[in-house]
Design a protein around this ligand. Structure first.
Ligand SMILES: Cc1cc2nc3c(=O)[nH]c(=O)nc-3n(C[C@H](O)[C@H](O)[C@H](O)COP(=O)(O)OP(=O)(O)OC[C@H]3O[C@@H](n4cnc5c(N)ncnc54)[C@H](O)[C@@H]3O)c2cc1C
Length: 477
């Protein structure tokens, strides 16, 4: 028997995209493993410095400052390489650890990189000035203008600083995604300039052919990964599968589905819950790509995505015509049934555009009857997009389906889960336990706007669901 409660109509449309919370389950292990590998890389970098430091040479304050500057420079150079590698879209990283987690590492390490690069410049210049008994400001002008390649490294530092400032949350919020993204590509230029600087003046490389070989090898491997996974693989897949838009279907206020068809799509091995980055080859669209999750299980040579108009790019998809060619990257993502423990019952919680991957999971999760329960949060009844399809799946398989309709939370004591028709917080621990009495035994998959996802996560934890069983998908990186 399916459980379908009738949704009371309520107000206020929300536009915030779904977002992440803590990393659950096996993803945590992979993430810890990645962190261990990144930390392990610091060892050889410090060894490089140690190997090229003459015993007894750190005998003055100036020498110590210069040495600290060299260490900071080497670590910054290593982190630049790591930052680029993390964004190479290596399928293993994207599908084991998750794009959102990889992006979070990239952001955190980016901050350290900028700080280390600045520390490198300041410490080296102050060390040289102290040693020569000169003013640090005069010294920095001399260093930048009298040594041919140092101005290139000053340019690299300037670019890193620019990208760092534009990535600060307060600034980034004011920029369009595309502006931020394209300025961000300057990191590749900064990485190239920094590499040239290291070989030209870095004592650790200019005197050792072996070090130069190893360092060049590491850079070549990362460059190859970027070219292969960001350009080669997507190009080859797009050409091979020849995807086209077949239908554009309005699903509700500001929401549409794009039906796509191509060749040999089973070879993509896309799983329900995953997303791809889509590039539509039409005027005004081809230069940007956006991530959208599959909103139905891939079937034969057909795929479907469902898009909410959260900005200009998503809103303009309504103008696409059937026949439009589509290039894509992926599939990516860890928000799949594989994350849960096999045989365990499942609770799905969705809100807003977060229904898309949840809809695909609802259709394909194994089990019947109460094995799968879906709580679908929306502000108004008309925002419950794809509801008819969900009800049909519920009727066919006997799964639980509970629409939770009511205004969003206002932060005023309802945990931002909002209120339902009876004035209760539908995502509070008490209400969750009432609707799904065995929720502590279930794997939970959660995808929804920031406030709603946070409220649901809090409610679940308070209701006794272990954090490792709460699997979330972030709709922002
Ligand atoms: C893994 C993932 C899966 C997603 N699945 C869906 C889905 O199934 N249905 C749906 O409606 N939405 C989905 N989104 C959200 C969707 O990608 C954004 O709403 C869309 O890219 C906004 O673009 P815009 O030009 O309309 O809006 P803008 O006003 O440009 O941006 C709105 C927000 O989207 C972010 N954004 C914009 N472009 C990108 C981009 N290329 N990559 C990452 N973030 C971007 C911005 O940082 C901003 O937070 C998903 C996002 C992610 C990360």
């Amino acid at each position: 028997m399916s459980t379908v409660s009738s949704p009371p109509a309520r107000s206020a449309r929300h536009r915030a995209g779904p977002r992440r919370s803590a990393l659950p389950g096996t993803g945590r292990l992979w993430s810890a493993a990645l962190l261990a590998v990144l930390c392990a890389g610091v060892g050889p970098v410090l060894f490089l410095w140690w190997q090229n430091t003459i015993p007894g040479s750190l005998n003055t304050g100036a020498a110590c400052l210069t040495a600290a500057g060299r260490v900071a420079g080497l670590l910054a150079a290593y982190l630049i390489l790591v930052l680029v590698a993390l964004m190479a879209r290596v399928p293993w990283l994207e599908n084991r650890i998750g794009s959102d987690v990889v992006a979070r590492y990239h952001r955190a390490l980016g901050e350290y990189t900028v700080v280390l690069a600045c520390a490198h410049a300041v410490l080296i210049i102050t060390g040289y000035a102290w040693q020569g008994g000169r003013n640090p400001v005069t010294e920095s002008v001399t260093v930048v203008f009298d040594y041919t390649d140092v101005w290139l490294s000053a340019l690299a530092l300037g670019l890193l600083l620019l990208v760092g400032v534009l990535s600060a949350r307060a600034v980034r919020r004011r920029l369009s995604y595309e502006t931020w993204y394209h300025v961000h590509l300057l990191v590749y230029l900064a990485a190239g300039l920094a590499f040239a600087h290291e070989f030209a003046v870095g004592a650790d490389f200019s005197t050792s052919a072996r070090n130069r070989l190893l360092w060049s090898g590491a850079h070549a491997a990362v460059a190859a990964a970027v070219l292969l996974f960001r350009i080669g693989l997507p190009l080859a897949r797009s050409l091979r599968h020849r995807l086209r838009v077949t239908q554009v279907v309005a699903e509700g206020p500001g929401v549409l589905s794009l039906h796509l068809a191509g060749r040999n799509l089973d070879r993509l091995d896309a799983r329900p819950g995953q997303f791809l980055r889509w590039r539509f080859l039409a005027a005004g669209h081809w230069w940007q790509s956006h991530p959208y999750s599959l909103s139905a299980a891939p079937g034969g040579d057909r795929l479907r995505i469902t898009v909410k108009d959260l900005g200009d790019g998503s809103a303009s998809l309504a103008r696409l015509r059937p026949g439009t060619r589509v290039w894509f990257e992926g599939p990516y993502g860890t928000f799949t049934a594989h994350r849960g423990q096999r045989g365990r019952r499942v609770l799905l919680i969705a809100g807003g555009a977060g229904i898309t991957p949840i809809r695909a999971l609802y259709e394909t999760l194994p089990g019947h009857g109460a094995d799968v329960v879906l709580l679908y949060r929306a502000s108004r009844e008309q925002d419950l997009v794809l509801y008819r399809e969900l009800a049909a799946i519920a009727a066919r398989r006997g799964f639980g389906l509970h629409p939770l309709v009511g205004p969003r939370g206002d932060g005023g004591g309802d945990g931002r889960g909002g209120r339902d028709g009876q004035g209760r917080d539908p995502l509070g621990a008490e209400e969750l336990r009432r609707v799904v009495p065995d929720l502590r035994e279930r794997e939970v998959f959660l995808c929804g706007p920031a406030g709603m996802a946070d409220a649901a996560r809090r409610g679940l934890l308070l209701a006794g669901v272990p954090a490792r069983r709460i699997h979330t998908e972030a709709f922002e990186f």
